[in-house]
Design a protein around this ligand. Structure first.
Ligand SMILES: *[C@@H]1O[C@H](CO)[C@@H](O)[C@H](O)[C@H]1NC(C)=O
Ligand SMILES: *[C@@H]1O[C@H](CO)[C@@H](O)[C@H](O)[C@H]1NC(C)=O
Length: 518
């Protein structure tokens, strides 16, 4: 039956003239939220009639007839649920602000992927019209372009940031855009601007030297032999890494900052949200329907587990919830003793369905971008408790856009929680801002999933969309910011000063001798 439907669908597609492509989707990061992004991306591609090969650490048991899976479950040995220890994140022993930490973690993952026997086999045998690769701060998946002799599209999971833009245009200006791990949004103080500039210069240097040497090493080791086997001329890696055709960004101006973007960056944020909200399980439906004073939903996302919070913090939070008149749904991985009557522990939460319920009044979240996108989609105010990566900056934006408050993840979290709840629920401006942003988010010409399919088609049809490439990409930064002119002006000034001094000196000497003679 499935197959028959599928054939009919393909016939219809042919009649309407959209072509079916062979697409490689590379999403090898073993993290639930990245899995959600990958799964929904391929769903939209399959729905449009394409044949998709999916590199994933989360294999499906009953894949779509047009889906081929490439197994990288081994990546889960490198990074798993224990990699992000909430106590280490809380006391600062683990922080992503250090570029070496991030690079180390992601380099290990990329190297494991590119040396995985399944990937090597794929590189030898696969044939594709286009590759979509998730950018996780290492540009090595750009090598799939030359391997399959087809265009490559980057998928960026977070708001536009300097690293991804550096591959297609140039880094964002640090005067208004901080590194994505920083806890700041513009406007910056003088000190902050200088810090951002300095950190960017250091990171750019590392990215093009020590980091790039390691990445190139893996290119030489695992990609070059395959290119040679296939008789493809081996391109220089520095050409390959800057050759992505397009960036599909999991971002939206209603949620992020309005930064200047090149023509080949496309916002597709929100594509992972199903327009048909699934019905809630019966018990949750009952709880939410009967919550006369509204429901507060509390979840720290899928990477961080509430159960790993320090014991006194958990008890403190429970005490705060006990004193509220609202009903609380807490996504929690274990059974909690002494839960008050108004608090319901849910081990698995159908988040979009909860956020869509009219009785939901507040979402307490870690501020992951998927959660915030869903929040804005449904127009719910939030309290953000950032834990790692881009969440600190996301939380800052929640405050600057006015749809919620931020509190810090400490052992005393519960003490800050009460005033924040009172503020967000007591002042209608937060809910109003959430509704306004939601309106802006939904008011658009095309749906994000249609944008994905349109731009993929565009890249294939125009053989890599060279007409969208940024004119700025090949211009070195010193030329872009006229540092060479500045140097010339400075040198000229110095020379001029030296000449003038020389002349003045000799003049005074002459007068002195004249004076002596007289
Ligand atoms: C931070 O927490 C981790 C995990 O609980 C612990 O091993 C480490 O010693 C702590 N470090 C500091 C500086 O408190
Ligand atoms: C860059 O991409 C274009 C379009 O996909 C392709 O024609 C070209 O061969 C690529 N160049 C390199 C060095 O990979």
């Amino acid at each position: 039956m499935e197959n028959l439907k599928w054939m009919l669908f393909s016939v219809l597609l042919c009649l309407y003239g959209t072509e079916a492509y062979k697409i490689l989707a590379v999403f090898p990061l073993p993290s639930r939220s990245h899995g959600i992004l990958g799964d929904n991306m391929i769903k939209h591609l399959l729905d449009a009639g394409h044949e998709v090969t999916y590199v994933t650490p989360y294999l499906k048991e009953k894949p779509h007839p047009n889906l081929h899976q490439v197994d990288v479950t081994d990546n889960r040995k490198i990074m798993n649920e224990n990699t992000l220890d909430i106590k280490m994140l809380m006391n600062g022993t683990l922080s992503f602000e250090d570029p070496d930490v991030l690079f180390g973690m992601m380099f290990g993952m990329t190297e494991a992927t590119m040396t995985n026997p399944n990937i090597l086999e794929l590189m030898r045998k696969g044939k594709f019209d286009v590759v979509i690769a998730e950018y996780m701060f290492i540009d090595l998946y750009s090598a799939f372009g030359p391997v399959f002799q087809c265009p490559l599209i980057w998928f960026s999971t977070i708001e536009p940031h300097w690293m991804i833009l550096n591959l297609v245009d140039g880094p964002l200006n640090p005067a208004h855009s901080a590194d994505y791990t920083r806890h700041r949004v513009a406007p910056f103080s003088f000190y902050e601007r200088v810090t951002e500039l300095w950190d960017l210069v250091v990171a750019l240097y590392k990215t093009s030297h020590s980091y790039n040497d390691k990445v190139k090493g893996v290119y030489e080791k695992s990609v070059v032999p395959i290119l040679k086997e296939k008789g493809i001329p081996v391109p220089d890696y520095d050409e390959v890494r800057y050759n992505g055709s397009l960036v599909l960004g999991n971002s939206n101006p209603a949620i992020g900052d309005q930064v200047p973007l090149p023509q080949n960056y496309k916002h597709i944020g929100g594509y992972h949200i199903d327009k048909n909200v699934k019905p809630l399980p019966e018990n949750l439906q009952k709880i939410m329907d009967s919550a006369k004073n509204g429901v507060i939903y509390f979840s720290l996302g899928s990477n961080i587990k509430s159960k790993d919070l320090p014991a006194e913090t958990k008890e403190g939070i429970l005490e705060i919830f006990r004193g509220l008149k609202q009903t609380v749904l807490w996504k929690f991985e274990e059974v909690l003793p002494n839960t008050p009557k108004n608090v319901h522990i849910v081990q698995w939460a159908p988040q979009p369905s909860i956020l869509a319920h009219p009785n939901l009044v507040l979402f307490i979240t870690h501020g992951g971008l998927l959660s915030l996108t869903e929040t804005v989609h449904f127009g719910v105010p939030v309290i953000a408790i950032p834990v790692f990566a881009d969440q600190f900056q996301n939380a800052k934006r929640v405050e600057s856009k006015g749809y919620g408050k931020e509190i810090t993840l400490t052992e005393n979290l519960h003490k800050d929680l009460k005033p924040a709840i009172d503020e967000v629920l007591g002042n209608p401006r937060y809910a109003a801002a959430a509704k306004d942003l939601s309106k802006a988010f939904h008011h658009r010409q095309t749906k994000p999933k249609d944008d994905i399919n349109f731009w993929v088609d565009h890249v294939v049809k125009t053989r890599g969309a060279p007409h969208l490439r940024s004119i700025a990409l090949p211009i070195p930064l010193y030329q872009r910011y006229f540092l060479d002119l500045l140097a010339l002006v400075f040198l000229s000034l110095v020379t001029l000063i030296l000449i003038v001094r020389r002349i003045l000196c000799s003049l005074t000497k002459k007068t002195n001798t004249k004076v002596k003679k007289n």
